[in-house]
Ligand binder design. Structure first.
Ligand code: BUP
Length: 457
């Protein structure tokens, strides 16, 4: 095969970047040459890919454009929280001239651009470069059907109470507050609203769409998207993540050793609420008490406060004496852990999760029950798909500011973690489906092959 060169542009949030890099790894294994656009502070995330594919993956490292609403040095949304997406998207769009200059002077310019669905403006960039743009969704297909419907009919965003979606498979209806807050803030001619809306609309006009999902989970939504777009180029390639490369092979060895010491299969609950959300003091206390009152083994990944104000207000603070009280039964860890490896450990049977889409996909592959605490963005809709439609999850509570009742929390944990709970049984079925999808001849595997074929021709 002659060198087919693809340009990849991830969005700098952990949940977005990791998933697109997982896909990039697959594409490189299929023989494509790839350049990844990145800014300097995010470059280390690429290290495992760059060292695994030294001849075929390169980075195009561009300085992060300054922006009045982004603190100097912050180049990843993890450093500013979810509310900072708008300035980030805006700042990154200023890279356009440098990308064009690089492209036009390249001896073998890329034949296609795969970019994150938050970077809708790259659709126009690709048009200017006269190459197809493929929108990569690190969110689910069900969420995307709802979101696209909303942005084509913004009056829905102001409908009071319950919103109905009769045109969408399953005719879902749900509370307005369960849409991402950026949708609810929609105002015509407001720059943030227009940017988000234009992004979704540009994504839909892009040449193709790639989803980190699989047919057995979201077949009807994928078919609906295909029908709405009026073309077949909708590739479901998930669950991604099971072949994730880690820059530090020793990361999390303490946690994995602890799990090795657990004899009962599926008895440990993994508690991790994503890379962005920091719990306030009352939430930390309630969650700690709930875990203590359950009689379940657990690993709790705690996100530490980084700003002075958050430290002073007790955000992310594990209550005094908690670790000692649960010694032997529970492990509290701070910092980044190898989530995919933990979920895949035999001892783990449940995942108390914010229902971020990557976490959902990783839970599917691992065959663990989800105990959902959706908080923002697409998480409420993800939880709906998992709880009401698929039965693979139970909703433990919901809302970014919600302070759960420890007794209720402990009770739901015990029920969902009991041997043979309905969620655990359903999770095992989903594991079969997810594993089949990404195995040779499986639907997602065929879609990756198909995607590579379309890029090569
Ligand atoms: Br925290 C954490 N280790 O310690 P989501 C996360 N992850 O590997 P998010 C780790 O980050 P969104 C850790 O495996 C997953 O791939 C995890 O993505 C990994 O949630 C990713 O689940 C987190 O989508 O993003 O980051 O809160 O805004 O997309 O929900």
């Amino acid at each position: 095969m002659s060198e087919v060169h693809i340009l990849v542009f991830p969005y700098p949030a952990q949940g977005h970047i990791l998933a697109l890099l997982d896909l990039t790894h697959h594409l490189a294994l299929s023989g494509l040459t790839i350049t990844i656009i990145i800014t300097p502070q995010n470059l280390p995330i690429l290290n495992p890919l760059l060292s695994t594919h030294p001849n075929t993956i390169k980075s195009l490292t561009l300085p992060f454009p300054s922006h009045p609403n982004i603190p100097p040095g912050a180049e990843n949304i993890r450093e500013v929280g979810n509310s900072g997406n708008y300035p980030f998207i805006n700042a990154l769009s200023k890279l356009q001239p440098q990308i064009i200059q690089w492209f036009t002077s390249h001896h073998n310019p890329p034949v296609a651009l795969i970019s994150d669905f938050f970077l809708g403006w790259t659709h126009q960039l690709a048009t200017q470069l006269r190459i197809p743009r493929l929108a990569f969704y690190s969110s689910g297909a069900f969420f995307t059907t709802v979101a696209t419907r909303c942005w084509h009919n913004p009056h829905l965003l102001h409908a009071p109470g319950i919103i109905n979606f009769p045109e969408i498979p399953g005719t879902p209806s749900f509370k307005r507050e369960h849409l991402p807050s950026v949708f609810l803030r929609y105002r015509e001619s407001d720059p943030e609203s227009e940017l988000v809306r234009d992004s979704f609309i540009s994504n839909a006009s892009s040449w193709a769409s790639i989803f980190n999902t699989f047919r057995a989970l979201e077949g009807p939504s994928l078919d609906h998207i295909r029908a709405e777009l009026g073309h077949p180029r909708v590739f479901s390639v998930g669950p991604l993540g099971s072949n994730r490369l880690d820059s530090d092979p020793n990361r999390g060895s303490e946690v994995l050793r602890w799990l090795d010491g657990v004899k009962e299969e599926g008895s440990v609950l993994y508690v991790c609420l994503g890379s962005q959300k920091l719990l306030k003091r009352e939430q930390m206390e309630a969650l700690a008490l709930g875990l203590e009152r359950s009689n379940t083994r657990f690993i709790w990944v705690v996100k530490k406060a980084t700003t002075k104000q958050h430290v002073e207000e007790g955000y992310g603070l594990v209550p005094n004496g908690f670790s000692d009280r649960v010694l032997g039964r529970g492990l509290v860890v701070q910092g980044w852990v190898p989530q995919v490896a933990i979920l895949g450990h035999n001892a783990v049977g449940g995942f108390l999760s914010h229902c971020g889409w990557n976490s959902v996909m990783e839970a599917m592959v691992a065959g663990v029950a989800i105990l959902g605490w959706p908080m923002e963005a697409d998480q409420f809709l993800n939880a709906r798909l998992l709880v009401e439609d698929q039965g693979v999850a139970v909703r433990i509570c919901e809302g970014a500011d919600y302070v759960p009742n420890p007794d209720d929390l402990g009770r739901v944990v015990n029920e969902a973690m009991s041997v043979g709970s309905s969620q655990k049984r359903k999770a095992k079925v989903m594991r079969e489906e997810a594993t089949e999808a990404v195995s040779e001849g499986g639907d997602s595997c065929k879609n990756v092959d198909e995607l590579v074929k379309t890029l090569v021709h």
